[in-house]
Design a protein around this ligand. Structure first.
Ligand code: ZN
Length: 264
C-alpha cells in the first residue's frame, strides 16, 4: 500500500484497541488515545525505510535519505545471509527485514527502553519523529512538496511539545498500562509495534505479499511472502486501496474513537 493508506490503517488500529480496552472496562485517557493514534499512524510508514521513493525517506530530508540507504543495505545483507533454497535471488532490500514481526517488536522495544531511560527529551524526540510521519501520511496532499517540509517540522515540533505537556499531567496517561514508578511512557512502544504490523498486513494484501514471519521457515523458504489467495490481492495504489480500504479505515477509526471515549 501507499503512505496514506498505511497511516490510516495505523490510526484506525490504535483507535480500535482503544475501543476494545474501553469495552473491557479499562478505558484509555483521551491523550493516550489521541497520541497513540498519531504515533501508530506515523509508525505505519516506518517499514518503508528500505525504499528510497517512500514517504518516510523524504520526511526528514538528507537525514532520512541517508538512513534509508543504510537500512536498504542492511536489509539486503540480512536477506542474503538468511536466504534458504526456495527464496529467490534479489537485487535490493525492499520488503525484507523491516517488513517482519521481529523488526516490529525490536523497534517497539527499543523505543520503550529509550522512553523510560532517556527522560523528557527522548519522549519529545519520539513524539516529534512520529508527528512528522503522521502529518506526512495523513495530510498527504497538504504536506507534498519540499517547500512545506520546514512547516511540517515546525508543526510536528510544536504538537510534540504540547502533547508531552498534556501527557505529563496526572491521570492523563504518561503511566498508562505500566503504572510502577519509573515506567512512565513505557507504553509508547506499543503503538509503534502495532503500526509496523499494520504496515506489514497492508503490504501482505498486495500482489507481492510480505515476509512477515521471517525468520520462521515455511517449506523451503525463510522469506515466504505471506498474503491472501492471489484473487484477493491488489496492486499498491489501486482503486481497492483508495475507494474501499481507506474509507473503511476511516469508518473503523471513527467508530473506535466513539466507543473508546464512551460517547453515547
Ligand atoms: Zn512496505
Amino acid at each position: 500500500m501507499m503512505g496514506p493508506a498505511h497511516s490510516l490503517s495505523g490510526a484506525a488500529a490504535w483507535l480500535g484497541v482503544g475501543a476494545a480496552v474501553s469495552a473491557a472496562g479499562h478505558p484509555m485517557p483521551w491523550p493516550v488515545l489521541l497520541v497513540g493514534a498519531l504515533i501508530c499512524a506515523g509508525a505505519a510508514l516506518a517499514p518503508d525505510l528500505d525504499h528510497k521513493a517512500a514517504t518516510i525517506s523524504r520526511a526528514f530530508g538528507p537525514v532520512s535519505h541517508a538512513l534509508c540507504e543504510i537500512v536498504d543495505k542492511l536489509s539486503y545483507t540480512v536477506y542474503k545471509a538468511t536466504r534458504m533454497k526456495g527464496d529467490p535471488r534479489r537485487s535490493g532490500g525492499h520488503r525484507t527485514l523491516t517488513h517482519t514481526w521481529l523488526w516490529a517488536v525490536l523497534i517497539g522495544a527499543g523505543t520503550s527502553v529509550l522512553a523510560i531511560t532517556g527522560g523528557r527529551w527522548a519522549v519529545l524526540g519520539i513524539l516529534f519523529v512520529h508527528m512528522v510521519l503522521a502529518i506526512e501520511g495523513l495530510l498527504w496532499r497538504a504536506a507534498r512538496g519540499s517547500s512545506s517540509a520546514v512547516l511540517v517540522w515546525l508543526l510536528a515540533g510544536t504538537s510534540a511539545w504540547i502533547l508531552a505537556d498534556i501527557l505529563d499531567q496526572p491521570g492523563n496517561g504518561s503511566d498508562w498500562l505500566f503504572t510502577a514508578p519509573g515506567q512512565e511512557y513505557l507504553w509508547l512502544g506499543l503503538p509503534i509495534v502495532l503500526g509496523a504490523l499494520m504496515h506489514d498486513l497492508g503490504d501482505a494484501l498486495t500482489v507481492s505479499g510480505c515476509p512477515i514471519l521471517w525468520p520462521i521457515p515455511i517449506g523451503r523458504r525463510r522469506w515466504y511472502p505471506i498474503g491472501p489467495p492471489k484473487a484477493m490481492r491488489f496492486r499498491a495504489g489501486d482503486w481497492v486501496e483508495l475507494k474501499v480500504l481507506m474509507p473503511a479505515f476511516m469508518v473503523i477509526g471513527g467508530l473506535g474513537c466513539v466507543v473508546a471515549l464512551n460517547i453515547n
